[in-house]
Write a protein that binds this ligand. Sequence first.
Ligand SMILES: *Cc1c(COP(=O)(O)O)cnc(C)c1O
Length: 384
Amino acid sequence: MQLRLQQRLQERRQQSLYRQRLTLSSPQGAEVQIGTERLLCFCSNDYLGLANHPQVITSLQENAARYGVGSGASHLVVGHSGPHQELEEALAEFTGRPRALLFSSGYMANIGIMAALLKRGDAVFEDRLNHASLLDGGLLSGARLQRFRHNDTDHLKQLLQQRADVEGKLVATDGVFSMDGDSAPLGELATVCAEQGALLVVDDAHGFGVLGANGAGSLEQAGLSAREVPVLMGTLGKALGTGGAFVAGDEDLIEGLIQFARSYIYTTAIPPALVAATLVSLELLTTEAWRRPHLQQLIARFRAGAEQLGLPLMDSQSPIQPLLVGDADAALRLSEKLRSDGVLVSAIRPPTVHAGTARLRITLSAAHNEDQVDRLLDALQRHA
Ligand SMILES: *Cc1c(COP(=O)(O)O)cnc(C)c1O
């Protein structure tokens, strides 16, 4: 086993696929610090710049003084406190659904949804570019997992028709795809699911807080209700700048998750102070609504500038604006050149993305200003 591990590590290095962590000594923000380097950061998921927001920090501090640090237990034992209850109610109202349930992470929420809803003999259908946690959830559920071509509702329909005899059918998709930045055709997916008797699950990790008139995400933007999309998952560690995740839906869904989702039951609840801080983030979606149009403006500015430079942009209107490079080694080298120019963008390589589609995953945030986006474009002009 140890020998095999050494060989696999060696292989990863040779293929330019070895991963290394950066160690930050600053908060998230338009600029970050790594050792003595100050870098303009274009690779965080802090899309609204709330991870280091003074009001969110104050709430965390005050609530740590009130509730302490650790939650002490799982929700079903004695780890569920006032802030958890309050945030669940606020998220239910914000998403226009009867109830919401907090999970410790998005990864665990997706595993839990699949575990609670599916059983052996069922069929689960997933977009082939879905987030790893949705795919893992499908695999772990015991149901048969089939992947449909990216955003191809005709292909999904074919697969569903072939399994028409199966009683339990679930379709899962990212709302906004994490490595491509494009959106799922949610309206069409909802129609196909209704026709074929399948339950639709949307993971809106990258849409929640960013998209829609009020920031409620991809479903708000697409004008879809809980009837059309019964299961909505959102994460709190991205646009909301804190951590954790939630599932929103009807009474039976939430009670089913509480009873049957092992990744909900057998884990420690998120620290209550962090949950209280998330309540402030959620309020900031309304009280600092300017963050969304500002972000949209930066996205438009980046896309216009990149187009002028002849860069190969992908079909994305989201803050995720990947630059397709192809070769893993080339993506890594480009990332290093940008870093030497003071710009931090990470290279995303297989197996996170398919072979031959390595890319720079550029992300924009409301924490950036126009001048900083121009500096990114200048650096890309010099090196890309
Ligand atoms: C980040 C992400 C997750 C996982 O959420 P965490 O809270 O970070 O575990 C799930 N789905 C998608 C699409 C994501 O981008």
